[in-house]
Design a binder for this molecule. Sequence first.
Ligand code: 5RP
Length: 225
Amino acid sequence: MELVKKRAAIEACKQIKDGDIVGLGTGSTAAYAIKEIGRLIRKEKMQLYGVPTSRQTYLLAIENSIPITSLRQHPRIDIDIDGADQIDENLNLIKGGGGALTREKIIASASKEVIIIADESKLVKNLGKNYYLPIEILEFAESFVKTQIKKIGGKPFTRINKNTSELYKTDNGNIILDIDFDIIYEPIKLDSKLQSIPGIIETGLFIGMVDKAYIGTKTTVKKLD
Ligand code: 5RP
């Protein structure tokens, strides 16, 4: 599995050009891309700058000698490489397993090209089956948001930090709800319903944002456009 993720990441990194500002995704698959970007800088002498999508990614980028920049300095990112929790046949995604969905969505929106890297277990016919949709919310709004979500057919669970058994907190100081919607047949409609609930900061539904996906299999890397 690790080799499959690594292969997808290395293949995707071939799309990076000298001088690019690169969005650095979060998660175990994106970590392979970060290592490869570090190698491109050190060994291939490419001049690249990274915009991290989380603190964890920031630290990994520093470890791999990637010069860091920000959206303030570079509002337009050339290429964003990130992982996903589920990918449907239209390249719509569920993201947020690693809790970085809000910054990941901002970076993807600010990017000229968005490339997703994953192993083939992430490919699904419909989003939502066997995976709960993460959303980032204000802790203040927890009970209100949960009530609204139940009204539209979801079962929300507040994410707990497994290491501390306390509430999981995002890099933005907010909390995450993981919602069981079962199969999400109409992701655009669901996203707009969720976006209209006060207290929800961002959802893990990434609709129409992805240009390409590199899917690692045991034998090859499939490219989806
Ligand atoms: C983090 C994410 C990750 O991209 C997603 O959880 C995939 O992670 P991994 O590559 O470890 O399976 O959305 O918020």
